[in-house]
Design a protein around this ligand. Structure first.
Ligand SMILES: [Mn+2]
Length: 197
């Protein structure tokens, strides 16, 4: 679909076999739905929360592929995660028909966009399943072919420069994702990154 390609890579904190992070990259009728969840803490209980979120989002995508409302997705996740540890979640929807990206983030999930325009998404604190922010902000910005989207959990340090990604674009998005985790993943946390370009 218009040449958009995704790469993703993640690994658990040192000493754990399962990651508490989980992601979904799903092609839907209107374009793409991307989700990244970081379950509170680490290990199996964290994975249970993040995987539950993804299964809710996947079911939603199956039923609402042509018309996605990120606030509705969040509400469903919040209700569904009440009996879990909870998770922080980042959602992105690329509407290829209208050529618009939109995103909604609760908690510490980091979104970066490499584009001609600057995007400054407003972060909102909270834990899906336990406490949502008073105001949930949905950021929207136009999509142009060639835009790059990077979504990662807080297990990836934020001090890597965008230039690194631009100058290393000989790499595939998958190779770039793996390299970001290798070079900037904190050993003290689960670390996951998604790149779409
Ligand atoms: Mn984390």
């Amino acid at each position: 679909m218009e040449g958009l390609i995704f790469g993703a890579f993640g690994r658990p904190i040192e000493g754990e076999y399962v990651s508490g992070d989980a992601y979904l990259i799903r092609e839907i009728e209107s374009g793409w739905l991307i989700a990244l969840a970081d379950g509170l803490g680490h290990g199996a209980a964290a994975a249970e929360a993040s995987e539950k979120a993804l299964s809710i989002i996947d079911t939603y995508a199956g039923a609402h592929g042509s018309e996605v409302d990120l606030r509705d997705v969040l509400k469903l996740c919040h209700a569904g995660l009440a009996c879990t540890r909870g998770a922080v979640i980042g959602l992105c929807h690329l509407n290829l028909k209208d050529k618009v990206w939109s995103s909604l983030i609760v908690g510490n999930i980091i979104l970066r966009v490499l584009s001609d325009r600057r995007l400054n998404p407003v972060p909102a604190g909270g834990i899906v399943g336990h406490k949502l922010p008073k105001t949930v902000y949905v950021a929207e910005w136009p999509y142009c072919e060639g835009d790059t989207l990077i979504l990662h959990t807080d297990g990836v340090r934020e001090d890597y420069s965008m230039d690194f990604l631009v100058t290393e674009w000989g790499l595939t998005v998958q190779q770039a994702a793996e390299r970001i985790i290798e070079q900037y993943g904190a050993k003290t946390d689960d670390a996951t990154v998604i790149i779409g370009r």
